[in-house]
Ligand binder design. Structure first.
Ligand SMILES: CC(=O)N[C@H]1[C@@H](OP(=O)(O)OP(=O)(O)OC[C@H]2O[C@@H](n3ccc(=O)[nH]c3=O)[C@H](O)[C@@H]2O)O[C@H](CO)[C@@H](O)[C@@H]1O
Ligand SMILES: C=C(OP(=O)(O)O)C(=O)O
Length: 431
């Protein structure tokens, strides 16, 4: 298994280019099941997750070609409605094939999903939404068996709380339903807006985009489209945290600045200089000064993202004072805390609250990645730690960060990958 090795202590200088958003790309890929025409996706990140989903979609009969950052998905010959455990357990978004397969084929058998182990992560809201749209659902041995012999029909759905995945799944399912669907208390994450705009480019009729009420007038069929994935706000936020932590001057480039506001406000509060450009943010910090501790509470968009909580915690380990970090989205998303402590961080976790008492220095150590964003928080801490940090289980990192070591090394970070034994191919890991 590969590991990442870091010799910490270098202040960064240069430009960090941001790739297309993982959490948008993998939902957009699923949209290809809704049309017999090719869907062209540009600015596609090349990640373990996009590769896993490619394997699953190919298994369903989609032809997928990729050249550089352009992916073409041709769902003309989709013939299977079976999404097996081996492929769905690897990533959460693959569960979203259920609704589109039902809409297209009238039936589907899809394994319950996996994804980062950051909480129980049930799919009850997804299933309730599908039932409201007229699906018959049964569960056996870890699989959802779904039928909708007469197709799906529009419905009024009010989510009891905000769920990104359930909103997207309902959206993907409702576009081809008969009649109008209204989704209330819908999530407003930018990736949902990206999906909705792409579906509209394919001929869907969705209004209320970027609000908490989505109105979907079902259409009979969708066509192909040519769509460019929005920039990854989580990768951008991660890079901003890297620069805040190491000091120096870094331009985080090819971003949507409006999607980064909650993090930018917190970085400024901590004493980081953030200059907003049209499609970039410049992060500056004199490495000889200390950051100030600030408190953070994760919230649904436009609040502070849970997917940047681990990275921000890493930054706070060296800040002056005590920072209280509250995680409100997932019940078990502090697994990075004990690993950060191996580097000398002082963190006390009680339930959904972590108290970080800033220390003057971190010291390199062997650590283990436990989930995607936790793994990059260890990279951030390692870049600022004195000495050598070795991070194992970096397959978590590869789910969501494209060429991370390469991008950081180009700005002066001393970071590299050491390849381990074994066949790490996507196909092998999926078996
Ligand atoms: C692939 C993808 O886009 N993943 C993102 C997505 O995850 P995901 O779509 O899984 O996150 P949700 O917004 O659905 O989850 C929010 C909360 O609702 C709970 N819940 C969710 C669905 C359900 O049917 N029942 C239920 O109880 C979850 O356990 C969690 O506690 O949004 C999260 C919140 O921004 C991000 O951290 C993930 O990176
Ligand atoms: C938690 C994440 O992904 P997933 O929902 O696929 O586990 C993430 O992207 O941080």
């Amino acid at each position: 298994m590969d590991r990442i090795v870091i010799e910490g202590g270098a202040a960064l200088k240069g430009t960090l280019p941001v790739s297309g958003a993982k959490n948008s790309a993998i939902k957009l890929m699923v949209a290809c099941l809704l049309t017999e025409q090719p869907l062209t996706l540009r600015n596609m990140p090349d990640l373990a997750d996009t590769r896993f989903l490619t394997v699953l979609l190919q298994r369903l009969g989609v032809k997928v070609t990729r050249e550089a950052d352009v992916m073409i998905l041709d769902g003309h010959d989709v013939s299977s409605a079976f999404a097996p455990y081996a492929l769905v357990r690897k990533m959460r978004a693959s569960f979203n094939v259920l609704g589109p397969l039902l809409a297209r084929m009238g039936h589907a058998k899809v394994s319950l999903p996996g994804g980062c182990a950051i909480g129980a992560r049930p799919v009850d809201l997804h299933l309730q939404a599908l039932e409201a749209l007229g699906a018959n659902l049964e569960m056996h041995e870890g699989y959802v068996y779904a039928t909708a012999p007469r197709g799906l029909k529009g419905a009024e759905i009010t989510f009891p709380f905000v769920s990104v995945g359930a909103t997207e799944h309902a959206l993907l399912s409702a576009v081809l339903a008969r009649g109008t669907t209204v989704l209330r208390n819908a999530a407003r994450e930018p990736e949902i807006g990206d999906l909705a705009h792409c579906l509209n480019a394919m001929g869907a009729k969705i209004s209320g985009i970027d609000t908490d009420t989505l109105i979907i007038e079902g259409v009979k069929r969708l066509s192909g489209a040519d769509w460019s994935v929005i920039p990854d706000r989580i990768e951008a936020g991660t890079f901003a945290c890297v620069a805040a932590m190491t000091g120096g001057e870094v331009v985080v480039d090819r971003v949507r600045v409006d999607t980064l506001q909650a993090l930018i406000a917190k970085l400024r509060e901590a004493g980081v200089e953030v200059e907003e450009g049209e499609a970039s943010v410049t992060i500056r910090r004199d490495p000889s000064t200390r950051l100030k501790a600030v408190d953070v509470t994760t919230e649904v968009y436009p609040g502070f993202p849970t997917d940047v909580q681990a990275q921000f915690m890493a930054v706070m380990t060296l800040a002056e004072g005590e920072s209280v970090i509250r995680e409100t989205i997932f019940e078990n998303r502090f697994m990075h805390a004990p690993e950060l402590s191996r580097l000398g961080a002082r963190i006390a976790v009680h339930g959904g609250e972590a108290r970080v008492t800033g220390v003057e220095a971190l010291h390199g150590a062997p650590v283990m990645a436990t989930d995607l964003r936790a793994s990059v928080s260890l990279v951030i801490a390692g870049l600022a730690a004195e000495g050598r940090t070795e991070i194992s289980r970096v397959y978590h990192l590869d789910r969501g960060f494209e060429r991370l070591e390469e991008k950081l090394a180009a700005c002066g970070a001393r970071i590299w990958r050491e390849e381990g034994d074994g066949d790490g191919s996507v196909e092998a890991a999926a078996e």
